[in-house]
Write a protein that binds this ligand. Structure first.
Ligand SMILES: NC(=O)c1ccc[n+]([C@@H]2O[C@H](COP(=O)([O-])OP(=O)(O)OC[C@H]3O[C@@H](n4cnc5c(N)ncnc54)[C@H](OP(=O)(O)O)[C@@H]3O)[C@@H](O)[C@H]2O)c1
Length: 281
């Protein structure tokens, strides 16, 4: 029997500036409740996922922590990402302590400021607190979510500390090329939320279907390969074990450059992007 036979195949990891490593694909958890998320995470771990994306706002951190403990996996093998709400921007260390209490964990792998909420103008303070939370060992890596380059410029200028990750809405309908180029300049990893733009017709798009059938893969796998090959970390959500496995299978897909370009050209002006200057939890 071969050495690796029977062992779960895991995703490769990308190095983060602070010294930890993030798996290249993860499982999203919105809008699952605690019970649903525990079941989903346990299925995801079986498939090979090790990155789970949750948030205070999703109301399911307790269920995620339960799955981490019930999985039987070594804690250091699992990469938990969470986020805190706007109410913690003036005291984000306490925000992180509340994340940890709900998760029942003694550290989180990655904490993100969920939205900049410029209306309350406290995101620089929130970032400063996250830096201290990392120094105290409450969190291994720190980042932002839904931050525009101008927001990131401001936190870097104020603190001298660059986010390790910025999680943004990104898929072939809105490829966010400018933001991704900005991230690349500073070594910030782009994490893609709504990677499948699900419910918006991307999976059924004829170009996506054509690229997928040329490789004998599913449309979702073709779209996720588009993210992976460009260095983004997609976090597709599925509560269906078959689709969880299907999505993870994108790691084995290799698209041609022209196919990546064809998917990028699907830019859809009708696809709604959340504007983080106007919206945020
Ligand atoms: N930072 C932020 O502000 C922010 C905002 C939104 C979301 N997020 C995070 O990003 C994660 C992903 O985003 P999202 O859930 O909005 O969008 P998504 O992952 O693009 O799409 C999820 C939807 O696609 C369906 N789906 C999954 N795999 C599929 C497949 N292989 N074929 C066909 N349909 C499939 C799912 O249904 P089934 O479950 O039935 O498979 C679900 O309805 C969230 O769960 C959350 O963790 C972050």
């Amino acid at each position: 029997m071969g050495k690796n036979e029977g062992m779960t195949h895991l995703a490769p990891r990308l190095p983060l500036p602070g010294g930890s490593e993030i798996p290249t694909i993860g499982a999203g958890t919105w809008p699952l409740n605690d019970r649903e998320v525990t079941a989903m995470c346990l299925s995801a771990f079986e498939v090979g996922y090790r990155l789970i994306d949750t948030a205070e706002n999703y109301g399911n951190e307790t269920g995620v922590g339960k799955a981490v403990r019930e999985s039987g996996l070594p804690r250091e093998e699992i990469f938990v990402t969470t986020k805190f709400n706007r109410r913690w921007h003036d005291d984000s260390v306490s925000g992180v302590e509340h994340n940890l209490a709900r998760l029942g964990l003694d550290y989180v792998d990655l904490v993100l400021i969920h939205w900049p909420n410029p209306d309350q103008d406290l995101y620089v303070r929130a970032w400063d607190g996250l830096v201290r939370a990392r120094d105290r060992g409450l969190v291994r890596a720190i980042g932002t979510s839904n931050f525009k380059p101008a927001h990131i410029d401001r936190i870097m200028a104020a603190t001298g500390v660059t986010p390790e990750v910025n999680q943004i809405q990104c898929n072939p309908f809105a490829d966010r090329a400018e933001e991704r180029a900005y991230h690349a300049t500073y070594g910030i990893v782009t994490e893609s939320w709504a990677p499948l733009a699900a419910g918006n017709g991307l999976i059924g798009n004829p170009v996506v279907q054509q690229v997928a059938s040329a490789h004998g893969v599913t449309p979702a796998q073709a779209v996720l390969a588009w993210h992976l090959q460009q260095g983004m970390v997609p976090i597709p959500k599925s509560s269906n074990p078959g689709r969880l496995a299907e999505n993870f299978g994108a790691l084995g897909v290799r698209l041609e450059d022209a196919e990546i370009e064809a998917l990028t050209e699907l830019t859809n002006p009708d696809y709604r992007l959340s504007d983080s200057d106007a919206f945020g939890h």
